[in-house]
Design a binder for this molecule. Structure first.
Ligand code: PLP
Length: 393
């Protein structure tokens, strides 16, 4: 039994870790030191705010250290590393600033909003009435004037910016003020773009009027998988007092240690990483567009994030494209979103983006033999096995 389990993981590591071109925008790679901390002794331990457990002195110091870096980096009054995922961070936020039958606004899943927040997800769970931001698919953004009108009409208790498909900064500056005038609590779900916000290359939601910035720590951020909440004093302190006992008890302290180091990496290397992620996405989008791929928003320069979106008009066609690429060990999702976060962290730059665009073209348009492409993908990946933008040499 043990051999089978170990062998499955080994096979996965060999395939996804070494042979595949990983272009999923919700994924990234951790540095060797962050990975080490994730499997450290802390993974066996408990700590609690009321000091119920003995033996926690180092764990508590690590958490404090991580919170300190996070507060400085995001210029937030409070930071909470305990949410076990971006989804749980969303739950903590929505559950504490709304009550059943309240109205809340976010980007609809049809327009690229996070489905986990919509009716089948948290809105349904919490009994909220979800109202979609008016959205332009052509510009991949919220339509400001219409959104103002909707806010006036529905008077939402909570407004959440951010989305799963996000190529351009959302108009927080333009809309937060009016949402607040009508009594809303304003959040920004930065799950996808947290690393770009940390590197000061996207937008700065807390300065633009959001009360709370929340999200995952492993998409554009440097991992491990988990969640984070950053906020102003009033909202942050309230949330901190509610995380336990309602939402998270054991925060998985090995994860907190790994996240603390990931935060330190981001503080040191985040700016140059985020700049390169965006340059790579723009280069890749332009090259794909020139080959004839349906990259969205050519009139806006395609993207200002880590995502390049290819519009195949739905998951059915998208899945066919994604499956075809998978045959050649090029991994994307069915949206079809292509992310440059992981390949950038592995050290790839503009010239590799041109190569990737060419590989995609040869799979999809030229229908070249996938075994031949696979060999080229493996060669490209073998040259970029080390994680960059970290303290490890
Ligand atoms: C905008 C957004 N928020 C939240 C989540 C959930 O994040 P997690 O996987 O960390 O729970 C996702 C997942 O992809 C997302 O796209």
């Amino acid at each position: 039994m043990i051999d089978e389990i170990l062998s499955l993981v080994d096979k996965h590591e060999e395939w996804r870790g070494k042979k595949c071109l990983n272009l999923i925008p919700s994924e990234n790679v951790m540095s060797p030191s962050v990975r080490r901390l994730l499997s450290s002794e802390l993974g066996h331990r408990y700590t609690a705010r009321d000091r119920f457990y003995m033996g926690t002195r180092f764990i508590d110091e690590i958490e404090e250290y991580g919170e300190k870096i996070a507060k400085e980096m995001f210029k937030a009054d409070t930071a909470d590393l305990r949410p076990l995922s971006g989804h749980i961070a969303d739950l903590i936020f929505l559950a504490n600033f709304s009550k059943p039958r309240d109205t809340f606004m976010c980007v609809s899943p049809e327009d690229g909003g996070y489905p986990g927040m919509w009716n089948e997800g948290l809105a349904g769970l919490l009994g909220l009435k979800a109202v979609a931001f008016p959205f332009s698919k052509n510009d991949m953004n919220i339509i400001v004037e219409e959104a103002e009108e909707t806010i006036r009409r529905v008077k939402p208790k909570v407004v959440v910016f951010g989305a799963s498909l996000i190529t351009f900064p959302h108009p927080v500056k333009e809309l937060a003020k009016i949402a607040k005038e009508y009594g809303a609590c304003v959040g920004f779900d930065g799950s996808h773009v947290l690393g770009l916000i940390a590197g000061e290359q996207f937008q700065d939601p807390l300065r633009e009027g959001a009360h709370v910035l929340l999200g995952s720590t492993h998409k554009t951020f440097f991992g491990p998988q988990g969640g984070i909440i950053l906020a102003d004093k009033e909202h942050g302190e309230l949330l901190k007092s509610k995380v336990y006992p309602a939402f998270v008890d054991n925060a998985h302290w090995n994860r907190i240690a790994a996240l603390t180091l990931a935060l330190a990496e981001m503080k040191e290397f985040g700016r140059s990483y985020a700049q390169q992620v965006i340059r790579n996405a723009q280069t890749l989008a332009k090259a794909l567009h020139e080959y004839g791929f349906p990259a969205v928003c050519p009139h806006l320069g395609f993207t200002r994030s880590h995502q390049v979106i290819l519009n195949y008009g739905g998951y059915e066609k998208g899945r066919k494209i994604a499956e075809k690429l998978q045959e050649a060990n090029i991994i994307v999702d069915c949206a079809v979103r292509i992310g440059t976060c992981e390949v950038t962290r592995r050290g790839m730059r503009e010239s590799e983006m041109l190569k990737i665009a060419e590989l995609l073209k040869r799979v999809i348009f030229d229908r070249e033999d996938s075994e031949k492409i696979k060999a080229e993908v493996a060669k490209l990946c073998s040259e970029f096995q080390n994680v960059k933008y970290c303290f490890d040499k």
